[in-house]
Write a protein that binds this ligand. Structure first.
Ligand SMILES: [Cu+2]
Length: 456
């Protein structure tokens, strides 16, 4: 294990240099636009392929292709990349064509695809096409189905897309390292008939997670479950684009999970049905309404609904630790602990010490704490009414009446109709019904009522 760890440290040390010279493969690609999925919309329609309704890759883009002798040709370059996780934090990851996740591959049922894969990583790799039905020798499991692709080499995968649906691609070589470093991408096969399962808005992204110590840049690849950055397409709120729809649009959101745990994905303001998995389209008779759907490791789920309620709706993983960033971990629970007098004493020894969380953690959403370089506050993002107190796997789904056809750029905060927002009540109140507290004994913790902010 120690040899392996040494190797990984050396590989990581080489990353910063490699990343600055490895953009050649991506030089012709829209890197500037890749941080902003709205800037890429509407994507180009294929000049000479079958027509389809393109997807919107959250904070990403679609891989360009060309037709040659009846084959649709793509070129993936596996390489070290720098990804901005959110403003204020960058990470040294591995990805494809200049970004992690790699660009989305879009094609159409019946397409014959030829995918070139060039390896510019410091170690060998392969690509597995998750969910695609193809000849065994194209399945990409290193050692089992093909020799691994050595650094500097290019392999070709050739197969026909025999069914439409929602898929992904990722390495099947040194997977623990390569997926922990961000190697993955979405793969969407559109139906041959563009009217089949047609929607107005079709979004796609992957769930991923990283363990990057505050102040450092490279993920710890041996981490099994205790990650500190929970991301969508390697972006963390408030770095994740909003999803924008016009009122009454039919919307599909395709989500794939390549983390080490499940994510109950929850959308406010609508009820939806799962219409597609990585195994194919779900028959109508087998669907049921939900507002949260669990996406287990290695699964993909496409949800569909009509966006019929205007507003700024929360869209997030329902595991509350997955909607916060690195700095929230390892903070002791202080609720109910009285610090009065203690901080002054500690400050004589440690001038910068401050107490966090004696009234709950909400103060941390507003606190302008000094952070180490290159990390993100635990919860962040400002809304029109105050701090949103979220990080990680969270963004907003924005529905508006007045969106011009095709213009899905971020419309800014929702303008609430007068009288439609929850408000403070200052009138009379009857005594509310409450459960009785158990009788106090000597061991019961005495909770001291908060008294202003005297501890700080
Ligand atoms: Cu989650």
């Amino acid at each position: 294990m120690s040899n392996r760890r040494q190797f990984l440290q050396q590989a990581a040390a080489g990353l910063v240099g490699a990343a600055t010279v490895s953009r050649v493969g991506a030089a012709s690609l829209p890197e500037a636009a890749s941080q902003d999925s709205a800037a890429m919309q509407p994507p180009l329609h294929p000049p000479n392929g079958r027509p389809y309704n393109p997807v919107v890759t959250l904070n990403g883009w679609t891989l360009p292709w060309r037709m040659r002798d009846g084959w649709k040709e793509f070129h993936l370059v596996a390489e070290p990349v720098v990804r901005e996780i959110a403003p204020g934090m960058k990470a040294n990851l591995w990805g494809y064509n200049g970004q992690s996740p790699g660009p989305t591959i879009e094609c159409v049922e019946g397409d014959k695809v030829r995918i070139f894969v060039t390896n510019r990583l410091p170690e060998h790799t392969t690509v597995h096409w998750h969910g695609i039905l193809l000849p065994n020798g194209m399945d990409g499991v290193g050692g089992l189905n093909q020799p691994q692709i050595k650094p500097g080499k290019t392999f070709v995968y050739e197969f026909e897309m025999i069914k439409s649906g929602t898929f992904m691609y990722h390495p099947h070589a040194d997977e623990m390292t390569q997926m922990a470093m961000g190697m993955m991408g979405s793969l969407v096969v559109h139906p041959r008939n563009p009217k089949f399962m047609a929607v107005d808005r079709d979004f796609v992204f992957l769930l991923n997670a990283y363990d990057i110590d505050p102040g450092s840049y490279t993920p710890k690849v041996n981490t099994m479950t205790d990650f500190n950055l929970w991301t969508w397409n390697s972006r963390s709120f408030p770095g994740i684009d909003s999803l924008v729809a016009r009122t009454h649009d039919r919307v599909r959101i395709r989500v794939g999970n390549l983390t080490m745990t499940n994510h109950p994905i929850h959308l406010h303001g609508v009820d939806f049905e799962v219409t597609c998995t990585d195994g194919g389209w779900v028959p109508k008779s087998a669907r049921w309404p939900e507002v949260t759907t669990d996406v287990a490791v290695g699964q993909m789920r496409a949800i569909e609904f009509v966006a019929n309620r205007p507003g700024d709706w929360a869209f997030h993983c329902h595991k509350s630790h997955h909607t916060m960033n690195a700095m929230g971990h390892d903070v002791p629970t202080m609720i109910g602990v009285d610090h009065r007098g203690l901080v002054d004493k500690i400050n004589k020894l440690v001038p910068e010490y401050m107490v966090m969380g004696e009234r709950g953690m909400a103060d941390m959403g507003e606190m302008e704490m000094a952070l180490p370089d290159n990390t993100l506050p635990m919860m962040t993002g400002m809304g029109q009414f105050g701090p949103i107190e979220m990080g990680g796997m969270f963004t907003t789904f924005k529905v508006r009446d007045d969106i011009k056809p095709g213009d899905y750029k971020d419309p800014g905060p929702y303008k609430y109709p007068a009288g439609s927002v929850a408000y403070e009540w200052t009138g009379e109140l009857a005594e509310p019904t409450r459960a009785k507290a158990p009788p106090a004994d000597s061991k019961t913790l005495q909770v001291i009522k908060p008294n202003g902010h005297s501890g700080h």
